[in-house]
Write a protein that binds this ligand. Structure first.
Ligand code: ADP
Ligand code: NA
Length: 327
């Protein structure tokens, strides 16, 4: 497509946290204005690479749809859809899987990290990046917003586009990485680690539906250090610097401006300023998620329409793929 097509996916793992919002979703919203064609997929097939409770999964899919819309994804400009409802993803994934080798997948991060946590990883977890490649290539996507942790997976998608094109004739553009900002949000309890939903400490993570009281409590408990002045130095002062990062991002100001606004404040007083900025930014999002959660029919209608539009793009590409393969 002229001007490019953006594809990205997010697992339905419950309500996003501040790291997801600032590291991915905020950028997704901006991309709607920068590219003529944008697809955002709730990748439920990726979620079942680890055991899932069916009822919880169904709820999480709708929660993620509500979260995307509340963060500013506009279903008129972006195709928001549920991966499992477009069966072409599974079919292309099989075909691409036949074009790569077991050793090529063995060292990719998803498998290396997650299979160690269990006694055995599933075949689905092993081929997880192949399904990601199918997600991207199925729409002939040209640009893929990714975090650093996903760069190796995108490289597999690029390889598979090349391999397919070499074997069956040029069909897929090689997708480019759009590295989302290097802005990493750290755990509030251990600022040497990133904020993550897998963190068992609830005080470490702010989710975008946290109440003002929860936000205030979590920031009050955030780990800082013994210097009371506020400076930005992620290497030597990761805790305070994480608060500055969050403040700047939530108030849409530069880090320098955030530090300037903190002059004369000790870290305790500064935390109140950060809390204010977070509450102000998240309140409309939280209220919109609550509103959407109570309008399940609307969420389902948005996904139904997105699934339909995605299928319309996917079907002709897969037809071409099948023909090239000899089916
Ligand atoms: P988690 O680490 O909580 O499991 P995911 O791996 O599902 O989050 O990440 C979803 C998206 O959010 C990815 O694009 C990822 O790069 C981004 N992301 C996750 N955690 C952070 C963070 N702490 N700071 C910035 N971006 C993040
Ligand atoms: Na993760």
């Amino acid at each position: 497509p002229a001007g490019g097509r953006v594809f990205s996916g997010i697992q339905p793992t419950g309500v996003p946290h501040l790291g997801n919002y600032l590291g991915a979703l905020e950028n997704w919203v901006a991309l709607q204005d920068q590219y003529p064609s944008v697809l955002y997929s709730i990748v439920d097939m990726h979620s079942i690479t680890q055991p899932q409770d069916p009822n919880q999964l169904r709820g999480n899919i709708l929660d993620m749809a509500a979260s995307l819309l509340a963060c500013g994804i506009d279903p008129e400009r972006a195709i928001v859809f549920q991966q499992s409802q477009v069966s072409e993803h599974a079919e292309l994934s099989w075909i691409l899987g036949c074009l790569t080798s077991m050793p090529r997948l063995r060292h990719l991060p998803q498998w290396k990290i997650k299979s160690k946590l269990k006694s055995e990883g599933s075949v689905g977890l092993y081929t997880y990046p192949v399904l990601q490649a199918a997600d991207i290539l199925l729409y002939k996507s040209t640009h893929v917003p990714v975090g650093e942790d996903q760069v190796q997976h995108l490289e597999l998608a690029q390889d598979l586009a090349r391999i397919f094109n070499n074997r069956y004739g040029g069909l897929f553009p090689e997708p480019n990485a759009l590295l989302s900002s290097t802005r990493k949000v750290k755990s509030l309890r251990d600022p040497s680690a990133k904020m993550s939903k897998s963190d068992p400490q609830t005080m470490a993570t702010i989710t975008i539906t946290d109440s003002p009281d929860d936000i205030a409590l979590k920031i009050r408990r955030a780990v800082t250090d013994f210097t009371s002045e506020v400076t930005f130095d992620p290497e030597t002062r990761p805790g305070v610097s994480n608060l500055v990062t969050i403040h700047a991002a939530m108030a849409t100001i530069t880090v320098e401006e955030a530090v300037y606004r903190a002059r004369g404040l000790d870290t305790g007083a500064y935390k109140k300023l950060v809390t204010e900025a977070v509450i102000q930014r998240l309140t409309p999002i939280r209220e919109e998620i609550e509103r959407l959660r109570s309008d399940r029919a609307h969420l389902e209608a948005v996904l139904l329409q997105g699934n339909h539009r995605a299928r319309e793009l996917a079907a002709p590409v897969l037809r071409e793929v099948r023909q090239r393969v000899g089916f």
